[in-house]
Design a protein. Structure first.
Length: 95
């Protein structure tokens, strides 16, 4: 399926992470409703997200290095459209 800039941001995030990290598991949650009216809420309903991702690319990497890989894949979105991103990044076999 082709993803466009007008697709929901959670789908764009999932597509970017799939392309960059080939995860065996990926869940992207839009948490924006929980932050309505708070700082960083731009009114679009697409400002706060959580990512739970398992990928071979994270094997042997520190927590910070794993988060950097995710942030790198989403860099332009983090600069322009995502206010907050909670990341749970694991390698296969991690608890």
């Amino acid at each position: 399926m082709d993803i466009t800039a007008t697709d929901p941001l959670d789908r764009i995030i999932a597509d970017r992470l799939t392309q960059a990290l080939a995860p065996s598991h990926l869940t992207v949650s839009n948490d924006s409703a929980q932050h309505r009216g708070h700082m960083g809420d731009d009114g679009t309903g697409e400002s706060h997200f959580s990512v739970d991702i398992v990928a071979d690319a994270f094997a042997g990497q520190s927590r910070v290095a794993r988060q950097r890989l995710v942030n790198h894949a989403l860099a332009d979105l983090l600069a322009t459209r995502i206010h907050a991103l909670a990341i749970r990044a694991r390698a296969p076999g991690d608890a």
